[in-house]
Design a protein around this ligand. Structure first.
Ligand code: GLN
Length: 497
């Protein structure tokens, strides 16, 4: 094993800037690693070795010529297949988009290119980001590198597994209800969902437009901060993009001082239904925060009880509308019925019947029903009211504390097949992550320990536009925890130990 793959992005950045390694070396080491282990894990739907090496040698040449480059120039990255990448097949892990090679780049993709980051490939996910296990990928699941009988989380299981298995130092995820944070939790990695509007959604395949956010996946809090600085910022191509300046998240991640900060435990997230091992790990992290001088209080968010139900009306409603464009007429799959006439309606039916998997169909049916005349007020209208209540709960809670915390998920990674036939059991994975999406606030998951040998995630939530606080608290907690363990969870227990 090449030791370059065990370096963090921050370490690679220093080595590259000091001229001790080239981006071609670093990129080759990761491509070799992918070739070695991805037959087992299936983190990637496809790799883009030629493009990655071309970017790497271009960055090396520019560096040699004395050009001023950003901190992550030359550091390779894995990109979730929901991100539209010009010239690189993009499918959202759906048969309906199989073979689609986008003629344009998303803003995220352009930003990564401008930062000089080689794209290793596109990562696996649940189809159209619907799921918590990657079992809904049309191209087969990703395996959790900690235990290949278990799920890597979802929908961004591929991005999380790629980082956990040292196939990539960094990855891009998308989080509509937890798809960055939940996979991070169950793979022992760090994942951040920024404030809604902090990162442009232009060119991101839409799931639920009022909830979707793009964010970083990494092995350390500092690495997520560095990547977040590349991703964030105003984009006139996204009407929901925030005009805020991008602060130095990396400075906050390295700050280390949280004395006097108020940290509130959300009473409703962490009781019944959460594993004992998850609760113990959470309590230990609270003790560590106390030891760092933070004041721990408790807050109640009573309407969170209804957040999951509201989410599973709002998400399908928006998704049913967003997915209407896959109709066999414009791009992607087209299936013509073999019996009877070829009419637009019959082609659409045959295309969507063949192209969408069962979970996508379930949500389109649910969402279309929730939006239909006569049911709109009862379902979608009520869900939007709950959304307002969730936002009010957060406002009241943040009046009492700087950040809120909870376990990221009720349980560690579960086994393949355990929940796939029971949508409700699958949906309950996201009970602790969904409220942040409904309110548009930022959240982070970082490893807080193990439960029966499997990683457990600790969730930190901050008010909208205060993403920097996640890095301040997360960075301090991570340093204290890894000091107490004598290394990171992945270093001590991961696949590259
Ligand atoms: N697991 C959640 C769902 O299936 C979250 C999805 C996401 O964040 N993309 O809706």
């Amino acid at each position: 094993m090449n030791e370059l793959i065990t370096k963090t992005a921050a370490e690679l950045s220093q080595l590259l800037q000091a001229g001790e390694v080239s981006s071609v070396d670093v990129t080759t080491a990761h491509l070799d690693r992918i070739a070695e282990v991805d037959g087992t894990y299936h983190s990637f739907l496809r790799t883009s070795a030629d493009e990655a090496l071309a970017t790497a040698s271009d960055v090396d040449a520019r560096r040699a010529a004395g050009e001023e480059l950003g901190p992550l120039a030359g550091v390779p990255i894995a990109v979730k297949d929901i991100v539209v990448t010009k010239g690189l097949e993009t499918t959202a892990a759906s048969k309906i988009l199989e073979g689609w090679v986008p003629p344009y780049d998303s803003t995220v993709s352009l930003k990564l290119k401008a930062a000089g980051m080689p794209f290793l490939g596109k990562t696996n996910m649940d189809e159209f980001a619907m799921g918590s296990s990657t079992e809904h990928s049309a191209f087969g699941p990703t395996l959790n590198p900690w235990d290949t009988e278990r799920i890597p989380g979802g929908s961004g299981g591929g991005s999380a597994a790629a980082v956990a298995a040292y196939e990539a130092p960094l990855a891009i995820g998308s989080d509509t209800g937890g798809s960055i944070r939940q996979p991070a939790a169950v793979t022992g990695t760090v994942g951040v969902k920024p404030t809604y509007g902090n990162v442009s959604r232009y060119g991101i395949i839409a799931l639920a437009s009022s909830l979707d956010q793009i964010g970083p996946v990494s092995r350390t809090v500092l690495d997520s901060a560095l990547l977040h600085e590349v991703l964030a910022g105003y984009d006139p191509l996204d009407s929901t993009s925030l005009k805020d300046p991008v602060p130095s998240y990396s400075a906050e991640a390295s700050r280390g001082d949280i004395a006097g900060m108020k940290v509130a435990v959300i009473k409703e997230l962490g009781g019944e239904g959460y594993d004992d091992g998850v609760r113990e790990s959470f309590e230990q992290s609270l003790d560590v925060l106390r030891g760092l001088g933070a004041e721990i209080v408790e807050v109640s968010c009573p309407s969170f009880e209804y957040a999951l139900a509201a989410y599973y009306l709002i998400l399908p409603a928006e998704a049913s509308s967003n997915l209407a464009k896959y109709d066999g007429m414009r791009y992607g799959l087209r299936v013509e019925p073999t019996d009877g006439p070829i009419t637009a309606e019959r082609v659409m039916g045959a295309t969507r019947g063949a192209g969408f998997g069962p979970e996508v169909k379930r949500r389109i049916i649910l969402g279309t029903h929730a939006l239909s005349a006569g049911y709109f007020d009862a379902y979608y209208g009520s869900a939007q009211k709950v959304r307002t209540l969730v936002q009010r709960d957060f406002t009241a809670a943040f009046a009492q504390a700087d950040v809120l915390v909870s376990p990221t998920t009720p349980t560690p990674a579960f086994k393949f097949g355990e929940r796939i036939d029971n949508p409700m059991a699958m949906y309950l994975n996201d009970v602790a992550t969904i409220p942040a999406n409904l309110a548009g606030i930022p959240g982070m998951s970082l490893p807080s320990g193990l439960s029966e040998g499997l990683p457990v995630g600790f969730q930190i939530l901050a008010p909208a536009r205060e993403d920097a606080r996640l890095y301040r608290v997360g960075g301090a907690l991570e340093t204290a925890l890894t000091d107490s363990w004598g290394g990171s969870l992945l270093e001590l227990n991961g696949v590259a130990r």
